[in-house]
Write a protein that binds this ligand. Structure first.
Ligand SMILES: C[S@@+](CC[C@H](N)C(=O)[O-])C[C@H]1O[C@@H](n2cnc3c(N)ncnc32)[C@H](O)[C@@H]1O
Ligand SMILES: [Zn+2]
Length: 297
């Protein structure tokens, strides 16, 4: 298989199109599906994405900040609490972070679960994010370049899967949601955090995103820079503030709302219905931002 670190993914990787078995083809440096051809590595990362929108790649190429902002780590710890509690009572788990970004959650898990033998897998659609996630998760995380709406994993291969701030940015959130449920084993835990905002925030964001699309990336950056100082004064639900994050880190969060090609404003009821349809029993939920933990029946 892939030299080095990816041998331990061999039993769960699958073709994202047919979920069939893959084999590694060393001369081609690619995973291969009998029916869907080659999936060449991207650097050292198994890669199952091609021809996608480069918006997220450009976002991370231009906005990496070297270390993760304090407010992100704090939010990651709070969100992961139910999973950490379960991990303490459980044998080693296989855990998926879908849309890991620069790796706030894998870094919290790597630290909290050190020495337990859990297997952390992080995917993102942006290779530049995976480089940071691999660094922040240290040796404990396996990074895979993948699209959340077509996961390259066998069904029922994870004990837990979560996605923080990503579902609403994918073109078809329900399809992405169903993919997360598919790769969970019965009894496995699903965690979701989805930005929604109040009516005023949503209206402002729609307008700002429209301006960003019409006026281009240079203007959007200026617009984000003009918004940054307000985060010094205004308390935000996310905890983002200039007091705990650098200018660059604050701008990164603002741009992560302005530049993604899609943004869906999902409702808690909608997600509750999707959970029910996917035989997921909710064990925790909060309204805004939407936070859900559920267990697969
Ligand atoms: C707002 S960031 C959240 C990052 C991280 N979860 C965190 O909380 O810091 C959204 C992330 O989702 C990734 N992403 C967007 N669409 C995706 C998709 N279809 N599949 C996988 N990752 C995706 C982006 O590249 C980006 O890293
Ligand atoms: Zn296939």
């Amino acid at each position: 298989l892939v030299p080095g670190t990816y041998t331990d993914l061999a039993d769960i990787l699958a073709c994202p199109a047919c979920h069939g078995a893959l084999h590694f083809d060393p001369p081609a440096r690619a995973f291969a599906c009998t029916y869907h051809g080659l999936f060449p590595l991207s650097g050292e990362f198994p890669s199952f994405v091609s021809g996608h929108d480069r918006a997220f790649e450009e976002h991370w190429e231009n906005n990496r900040s070297g270390h993760i902002a304090v407010h992100k780590l704090r939010a990651a710890r709070a969100f992961l609490a139910p999973l950490l509690a379960r991990a303490q009572r459980s044998t080693p788990m296989r855990i998926l972070d879908a849309g890991c970004g620069e790796g706030a959650h894998v870094s919290v898990l790597a630290e909290a679960c050190a020495g337990r033998g859990d297997r952390l897998v992080a995917i993102d659609i942006a290779i530049s994010a995976l480089h940071d996630a691999a660094r922040h998760g240290a040796n404990d995380v396996r990074c895979v370049h993948a699209d959340m709406s077509s996961l390259p994993f066998q069904s029922a291969s994870f004990d837990a899967a979560f996605s923080f701030g990503v579902l609403h940015l994918t073109p078809q959130p329900r399809r992405s949601f169903e993919e997360l449920c598919r790769v969970l084993r019965p009894g496995g835990m699903l965690g979701l955090w989805v930005f929604r905002g109040g009516p005023v925030t949503r209206g402002g964001l729609r307008l700002a995103r429209l301006l960003a699309r019409i006026l281009g990336s240079g203007f959007t950056r200026v617009m984000a820079d003009m918004m940054v100082p307000f985060y010094g004064a205004v308390p935000t639900r996310s905890g983002l503030a200039l007091g705990n994050s650098s200018w660059r880190q604050t701008r990164e969060v603002l741009l992560s709302n302005l530049t993604p090609p899609h943004m869906h404003f999902l409702t808690p009821d909608q997600l509750a219905r999707w959970c029910e349809d996917a035989t997921m029993t909710m064990i925790e939920s909060a309204g805004e931002p939407i936070t859900i933990w559920a267990v697969k029946r």
